[in-house]
Design a protein. Structure first.
Length: 242
């Protein structure tokens, strides 16, 4: 069973080879240190090519150590790294997202940050060791957030304490993202005639619909330019039929 949570694709154009890295699902769901899935494997695949890369992320998070290793590899990569969040970049995945030279988020995507968590057993000294460890992990995660956003550590700490969910606009506002992914709009849609509002067309369409149901309605309503407000009363009575 392939335990990799990432996938590489390449596409060539006339000038260069575009490399795309997709990180999807839980980061290291079982272990990132098994014989067949290791940090070295990821590094070898990352360095197998050169040039700029685009990293697509849709992940709820996972192993913070695996995320830290990926973050370091991407920040050290010689080419330009563009991160695009197309679904969710939560927890450890949000750390990886911070490695982008440019971070873009889909209008409907989310970024979530929170405090690290663990499971501990033992007496009070063991519990204190776990607390100290989590505090250090939090500090290391904040290093990535601070480098990207420029926010103070106190502000970042509060955001993590509160388990902050950010939509695209909020992520850009706080500095976790540089922009929002824009959808390409066909040229035909941008033509003036395609977006002009016509009261006559709207009224005509409505009259035709009423005529199909009530016949004589057209005679009473066909005056050009009849405001929609004048027929709201009738629509309230017949709206269940149209």
């Amino acid at each position: 069973m392939d335990k990799r949570f990432w996938n590489w694709t390449e596409s060539a154009d006339d000038e260069s080879m575009e490399r795309t890295l997709t990180i999807n699902g839980t980061i290291a769901e079982e272990s990132w240190f098994d014989d067949d899935v290791t940090p070295e494997l990821f590094r070898n695949e990352l360095c197998a090519g050169d040039g700029d890369i685009t990293v697509w992320i849709n992940s709820p998070g996972g192993d913070c150590i695996a995320a830290a290793r990926i973050y370091n590899m991407l920040t050290e990569y010689s080419g330009r790294v563009t991160v695009k969040v197309d679904g969710l970049a939560a927890s450890a995945a949000s750390v990886i997202a911070m490695a982008g030279d440019k971070v873009l988020v889909s209008p409907v995507s989310m970024i979530m940050i929170h405090n690290p968590a663990t499971i501990a057993m033992g007496d009070h000294t063991d519990m204190q060791k776990a607390i100290d460890m989590l505090n250090e992990v939090k500090e290391s995660i904040m290093n990535a957030y601070a480098a990207k956003t420029g926010l103070s550590r106190a502000k970042l700490s509060r955001l993590m304490d509160e388990e902050t969910w950010m939509n695209a606009n909020r992520a850009v506002e706080l500095g976790f993202a540089d922009g929002i992914i824009e959808r390409a709009i066909p040229e035909s849609v941008t033509e003036n005639k395609a977006v002009q509002f016509s009261r006559h067309s709207v009224n005509t369409a409505l009259i035709n619909k009423l005529t199909a149901k009530f016949g004589d309605a057209k005679t009473e309503l066909q005056e050009q330019g009849t405001p929609a407000k004048d027929i709201i009363g009738r629509l309230d009575l017949i709206k269940k039929y149209i």
